[in-house]
Design a binder for this molecule. Structure first.
Ligand SMILES: N[C@@H](CCC(=O)N[C@@H](CS)C(=O)NCC(=O)O)C(=O)O
Length: 232
């Protein structure tokens, strides 16, 4: 048993573990974690028995706690760590901020990011034939349209000049989810770049790139040409 946290993740192009990685850097606690980065494909360690014993859902991120227990699901991990460690509350400081952050996070996760991950999985059989079970182009195209339609609503919300979704001067967790959704929309296989389509999402994406947390979290380049300069 380790006395430190171990975090099982994927390269930064994979948006869910990336939500937690960006959260850790935004919170300033990344040094507390030993990270194990799976290659996802072709290895597929996330679906092999050693990982399934920690997280039967076969997904990253998965957190191994120093007491030998496990926690999965990006929001659950980040919310736990936000409370467990001091410093800025990334999920919002007040009850209202927390409510607003959850509202925006749920909208963006369900209607934008999850749709884009479905595009990846069922339209392109994204993780390859060893790992993917379903090829369903019509469902993939439907999900792409849903993601674009809801991204338009988010873009309209940002049009009043606010920097971040709930209106503060620093990003909250919903902003992290939106950042990873934009990055994933630009992933060559998904190829639905939301920042090119929507003006305020473009500025939002640029705003994130000015943050040291972003540069640390995307230091493998995010599989995007425009972030290649971040590679260490
Ligand atoms: N609801 C989960 C979703 C996690 C998820 O889908 N993770 C992806 C990486 S972005 C994964 O591990 N996929 C592995 C697979 O499908 O084999 C969360 O928020 O953590």
């Amino acid at each position: 048993m380790s006395s430190r946290y171990r975090l099982f993740t994927s390269p930064s192009a994979f948006p869910n573990p990336q939500r937690v990685r960006l959260f850790l850097h935004e919170k300033g606690i990344a040094d507390h974690f030993d990270e194990v980065v799976y290659d996802m494909a072709p290895g597929g360690q996330q679906r092999q028995w050693a990982h399934l014993k920690m997280n039967p859902w076969g997904e990253t991120p998965t957190l191994a706690l120093p007491d030998g227990s496990f926690l999965a699901e990006s929001v659950a991990i980040a919310r736990y760590l936000d409370q467990e460690f001091g410093g800025r509350r990334i999920f919002g400081a007040t009850p209202l901020e927390q409510g607003l952050d959850t509202q925006w996070n749920d909208r963006i996760w369900v209607q934008v990011l999850y749709r884009l991950t479905t595009v990846f999985h069922v339209l392109h059989t994204g993780l390859g034939h060893k790992l993917e079970l379903t090829h369903n182009p019509q469902w993939g195209e439907h999900c792409r349209k849903e993601a674009i339609a809801h991204a338009a609503l988010v873009d309209r919300h940002l049009a009043d000049g606010r920097a971040w979704l709930i209106g503060g001067d620093q990003p909250t967790f919903a902003d992290i989810t939106l950042c990873t959704a934009i990055a994933f929309s630009k992933f060559p296989v998904v190829n639905t770049p939301l920042d090119e389509r929507f003006e305020h999402l473009h500025h939002f994406w640029k705003r994130w790139q000015e943050r040291s947390s972003f540069r640390a979290a995307y230091r493998d380049g995010g599989a995007l040409d425009e972030l290649a300069h971040l590679r260490g």
